[in-house]
Design a protein around this ligand. Structure first.
Ligand code: ATP
Length: 152
């Protein structure tokens, strides 16, 4: 039942590297190994696909950094980009269903505003926490904490 979180993250990073390269963006990883955690492999994979997809979509130059390190009974993950950032007034709403930031809402097409609500749901299903730091024009960091062991 335990899944290899480090392998999931490296797989998602590899999956997005080609796409990133087309935009001249690098994906850097700092991932401890091995990291074994009780969790749903597919959902955790989906969580990082959502975060990487957003990081790439909202970044036009620079880099995306993924870090993942365990500490006692938790694992601490960050996904950091040098993208457009999120306005202070948008930050409290980004996990809401169908919510899209102002700058993106005016843009046509791409995106439903569902990604982050699914991401938050997956984090909660794993009894974890998420916190976002962002600055317009500088970038965004998602901080995620997940327990390594399921409570019983
Ligand atoms: P989709 O879910 O189809 O990808 P979306 O990206 O608009 O559409 P969410 O993933 O839920 O929807 O994100 C909600 C909003 O949060 C986005 O519209 C965008 O304004 C903002 N956002 C999310 N991630 C980032 C990021 N890495 N950088 C800047 N803004 C972001």
């Amino acid at each position: 039942e335990p899944v290899r979180l480090d392998e999931i993250l490296n797989r998602v990073a590899d999956q997005f590297r080609e796409l990133a390269k087309l935009k001249n963006i690098t994906i850097e990883t700092s991932i401890a190994s091995p990291i074994l955690m009780d969790g749903d492999e597919q959902r955790l994979h989906q969580l990082f696909v959502i975060l990487l997809d957003n990081a790439l979509k909202y970044t036009h130059e620079g880099s995306i950094k993924i870090s993942c390190h365990p500490s006692s009974s938790f694992v601490y993950i960050t996904v950091e980009d040098t993208g457009v950032g999120i306005a202070k007034e948008d930050l409290p709403h980004i996990f809401d269903r169908f919510y899209r930031g102002d700058k993106t809402r005016s843009r046509t097409g791409e995106g439903t505003g569902l990604g982050l609500s699914i991401a938050e749901w997956i984090i909660k299903a794993h009894h974890g926490k998420v916190r976002v730091e962002s600055q317009i024009g500088v970038g965004t960091v998602f901080h995620i904490t997940l327990p390594l062991k399921r409570k019983r």
